[in-house]
Design a protein around this ligand. Sequence first.
Ligand SMILES: [Fe+2]
Ligand SMILES: [Fe+2]
Length: 168
Amino acid sequence: MAEKQDAISLLKQDHREAEELFEQFEKATGDGRKQKIAEQVCLELSVHTAIEEEIFYPACEGKVEEDMLKEAYVEHDGAKVLIAEILKGGPDDEFYDSKVKVLSEEIEHHVKEEEKRMEGIFAQARKAGLDMDALGEQLAARKAELTEQYKKSGVPTPKLTTMETTSV
Ligand SMILES: [Fe+2]
Ligand SMILES: [Fe+2]
C-alpha cells in the first residue's frame, strides 16, 4: 500500500498516471498492446471520475465556484461516453485511435481546470479549508474497492450525471 496521501496529491497522481498511459498508447505498436493500454486507462479514469463524483466534488459543494463544478460534471460525462465507446470497441475499429486521442485531449483540458494554480477546483477547495487528509483516506479506500471491482467484473455502464441521455 502507498503511504497516506492527502486528497489533492492522490487525485493529481491519478492524473499523472493517466497522462503516462496516454503517452504509452501513442507510442505503442501492435493491436494487443494498444488495447491493453487503452483498457487500463479507461479503467483508471472510470475509478477516478467515480471517486471524485462520490466523494471529492460533493465536499467542494458551496466552497468552489458553482460553474466550475458543474462544468467538471459535464466534462466527466463526456469522458464516460468516450470511455464506454473505447471499451466496447477494439483497435480494428476505424475510429478507435481517434477516440483515445480525443479522450486524452478532453482529460488534459479537464485536468487543467482542476489543477490550475490559484483558481482551479483543487486550489479553491484547499483555500476553503477542506480536510484533505480525511478526504484522502476516503478517496483511497473507495479507489481500492472500485479498482478491484472493475478489474473483476469490468467497468460498468456509466451513469451520466448531467445528460438527458442517461446511459450510453
Ligand atoms: Fe481529476
Ligand atoms: Fe475530474
